[in-house]
Write a protein that binds this ligand. Structure first.
Ligand SMILES: NC(=O)C1=CN([C@@H]2O[C@H](COP(=O)(O)OP(=O)(O)OC[C@H]3O[C@@H](n4cnc5c(N)ncnc54)[C@H](O)[C@@H]3O)[C@@H](O)[C@H]2O)C=CC1
Ligand SMILES: O=P(O)(O)OC[C@H]1O[C@](O)(CO)[C@@H](O)[C@@H]1O
Length: 390
């Protein structure tokens, strides 16, 4: 069985490629990083170091790789013949892989009628549907109908902290032992293939993806943005400060109220989920840079994203969202000049002022919320400790 995976980064190697290989797939990675492509091809393997007590290292083989910038024709051939296609390129890059995918799918509909699932594994709600829409923009309506006779775009939720280590010889991923990969069974096109090892198939994805995005990713972003204000360099060092840990617990408890109202979960389940998540964040075997976790703040502060969406939902339910308001305001102060989105956000604030920036990037229109975000922003800038809520 052949798998084609776009994005041979942290999660591509440490999670998706890892479990596709365990399921019996020969994995071909597609990336734009020539050094990584060369290493996969020279070694026909890569390494995954698991952050368990034994620091288990596994060799994942056989694998190969292609560079989509220089080997588009080879990528198209792989799309024609793959049994499954997966991605983890970052949600903003889905539009960049759509051209080669659409060309490959147009060729496939003529040559290979086998059903094919294309699963986008990104930190976003319904990323596979987003990829499908990007492909739809590039083909004629009749062609899309034909593509959809064989291709499914099942949405998925993925959760595993994955980092990488630079090495001259090998591609090396470093991962925490725990993971969750949830796939929407109802959206699968191919029912002949074996279930992917490590994945759970569900009928209703929303509770899983929302729990992951609004608790794990939201809590992570909140830690990064508040940690930045304390000049902390890692998530782990930030959470050693009792006031930050208390704040992160507070913001997670706040979003938990949304789940209790909207999804069929108990208070006990949410309490345990939050407890486990904070333990994962504090894992002293990992040194997770604040700037990795806070990356792309424009995306993270968006209307349907991890911070603003739960705040809007809580507001609609007439439930408090004071912690979220602080975390969002901190996101507008967060400044990493190496990060294009962060630099653009700070430029926008300098040019148009913070109130305009909050309106523009969060899409929030409620004046009461906008005022509270603006007030928090100035208070946090003046003195972060005075704002963290007890
Ligand atoms: N690292 C983690 O622990 C987790 C990451 N995610 C999500 O997985 C996705 C990937 O994250 P990471 O692996 O951390 O990022 P990463 O930056 O390590 O990997 C992304 C890879 O995609 C490649 N890429 C970018 N544009 C491309 C293109 N046009 N064509 C082919 N390859 C391209 C990059 O060169 C890079 O190797 C993101 O959506 C992230 O939110 C989700 C859960 C966990
Ligand atoms: O990958 P993103 O969406 O930029 O955000 C980083 C997040 O993804 C993760 O890498 C894994 O879920 C977390 O560390 C963090 O919440």
């Amino acid at each position: 069985m052949r798998a084609l995976h776009f994005g041979a980064g942290n999660i591509g190697k440490g999670f998706i490629g890892y479990f596709l290989n365990k399921t019996g797939y020969e994995v071909c990675f597609v990336d734009v990083d020539q050094k990584a492509v060369d290493q996969f091809n020279q070694n026909n393997r890569y390494l995954v170091e698991i952050l368990d007590d034994a620091r288990t290292v596994e060799s994942i083989s056989p694998v190969s790789a292609l560079n989509s910038l220089t080997q588009a024709e080879e990528v198209i051939e792989q799309i024609e013949n793959a049994d499954i296609i997966t991605t983890s390129v970052g949600v903003n890059n889905l539009s960049r892989i759509a051209p080669v995918l659409s060309q490959g799918l147009l060729r496939r509909i003529k040559k290979n009628k086998n059903k094919l699932d294309i699963i986008a594994n990104e930190n976003a709600i319904n990323a596979s549907s987003t990829l499908k829409s990007e492909i739809e923009k590039l083909v004629a309506p009749g062609e899309m109908d034909e593509i959809l006779t064989l291709a499914g775009f099942p949405n998925a939720s993925i959760d595993r902290l994955a980092l990488s280590r630079e090495d001259e010889q090998d591609q090396i991923a470093i991962v925490e032992p725990v993971y969750e990969w949830v796939i929407n069974q109802k959206e699968l096109a191919n029912h002949e293939l074996p279930s992917i090892e490590g994945a759970t198939y569900v009928e209703e994805l929303k509770p899983y993806i929302e729990r992951k995005l609004f608790v794990v990713n939201m809590g992570h972003a909140a830690t990064a943005y508040i940690g930045y204000l304390y000049n902390e360099s890692t998530i782990q060092s930030a959470l050693q400060r009792p006031e930050i840990e208390q704040f992160v617990r507070g913001v997670m408890n706040e979003t938990a109220q949304y789940f209790l109202k909207k999804h069929n979960v108990s208070q006990e389940e949410m309490k345990n989920y939050i407890k486990k998540t904070i333990i994962r964040f504090k894992n002293q075997n990992i040194s997770d840079n604040i700037f990795r976790v806070g990356r792309s703040p424009i995306r993270k502060l968006g209307y349907d994203e991890r911070l603003v969406k739960p705040m809007r939902e809580l507001s609609e339910l007439d439930l408090p969202s004071d912690y979220l308001a602080v975390a969002i305001s901190a996101g507008f102060i967060y400044d990493d000049p190496q990060d294009g989105e962060s630099a653009a956000l700070q430029d926008f604030i300098r040019e148009h002022g913070v109130e305009q920036a909050i309106r523009h990037y969060t899409g929030i229109t409620d004046d009461r919320i906008l005022t509270s975000l603006k007030e928090n922003y100035f208070k946090l800038k003046e003195n972060v400790t005075s704002v963290l809520i007890d």
